[in-house]
Design a protein around this ligand. Structure first.
Ligand code: NDP
Length: 288
């Protein structure tokens, strides 16, 4: 069996194009969707992500602001910037690129972003609303995974979904979203004994372990849908995921590639969230 590749690049492009009319409508109404991205320090991977986000904003005709702060920036200064952005009507989404330097408490920063501008979906109010099934801004990578499955024509309801990883940014929220789509969900993590015996039960396997090529074909049920969230740079400069792609492609029914899988979906969901936040600002009378 050879898996079908589910391209995030292609689906992300479709979603990006579908956002254009709404961006035009909002801009004409005086609320051009605006995203502020804040980067503290000079982590090379973060620089790449921030540049990609700003570029996508501009390509879509959105307003983009990028704040590059030195690594030694004090937490109070960062919180001051967030406070200003919270009150800035031109900005509908605020994203602080993680990880932050050690001396800044990530929680304080996430908590400081107004929930209505929390386009990363990490604020406790949005996380809580996701858990109870209320309307909220969804975290981008997990939302991208679900959107990819849906647009790829993959049935989620009634399926057994196994998630590898329980982080707040991927594992837990993707599990909640799969549950919301009526899957039967199992969450696994580093203390799960005999991981393969559980992942082999999955109709849909979402891997977000942060371990290069952890999952080979012995972990996968024949015909399963495998979503690889991981992204790693090998020593030779090439990229790989948490899944040993060539090997798993022999067993899986559907597999997402790395690169070109979940990565592009994450960025487009960020744009979607910003457009949504702008739409809500317009509806509530807060024009830019
Ligand atoms: P974290 O390191 O925060 O979490 C990893 C999770 O995997 C933890 O819950 C950990 O368990 C679990 N885990 C680690 N090793 C194993 C193992 N051997 N067996 C089972 N579970 C294991 O990572 P993130 O969730 O932030 O990210 C996961 C991956 O996704 C990374 O490669 C990251 O780069 C990538 N990523 C990609 C994005 C994209 O846009 N494509 C966006 C965000 C992340 P425990 O809790 O017990 O420690």
């Amino acid at each position: 069996m050879t898996a079908t590749w589910l391209s995030g690049t292609k689906i992300a492009k479709e979603i990006r194009e579908s956002l254009r009319p709404e961006i035009e409508r909002l801009t004409k109404a005086g609320v051009q969707p605006g995203l502020a991205v804040v980067l503290v320090g000079d982590d090379p991977a973060s620089q790449v992500y921030v540049n990609k986000k700003a570029k996508t904003c501009l390509e879509l005709g959105m307003h983009s602001e990028v704040y590059r702060l030195p690594a030694e920036t004090e937490e109070a200064e960062l919180l001051g910037l967030i406070d200003r952005l919270n009150r800035d009507d031109r900005i509908h989404g605020i994203l602080v690129q993680l990880p932050l330097p050690k001396h800044i408490k990530e929680k304080n920063v996430i908590d400081a972003i107004h929930p209505s501008k929390d386009v990363d979906g990490f604020h406790p109010v949005n996380v809580g609303n996701l858990a109870i099934g209320d309307d909220c801004l969804l975290p981008c990578t997990p939302a991208g995974v679900i959107e990819m499955l849906k647009r790829g024509g993959i049935e989620i309801a009634g399926k057994h979904a196994v998630v590898v990883g329980r982080s707040n940014i991927v594992g837990k929220p993707v599990a909640l979203l799969l549950l919301r789509e009526h899957a039967t969900v199992t969450i696994t993590h580093s203390r799960t004994p005999d991981l393969a015996s559980i992942t082999r039960q999955a109709d849909i396997l979402v891997v977000a372990a942060g371990k290069p090529e952890l999952i080979d074909r012995t972990y996968v049920k024949p015909g399963a849908v495998v979503v690889d969230v991981g992204i790693h740079r090998r020593e030779d400069g090439t990229l790989c995921g948490d899944v040993k792609a060539d090997d798993v492609a022999e067993t899986a029914g559907v597999l997402t590639p790395v690169p070109g899988g979940v990565g592009p979906m994450t960025i487009v969901m960020l744009m979607k969230n910003t457009v949504e936040a702008a739409g809500r600002a317009l509806a509530s009378g807060k024009a830019g």
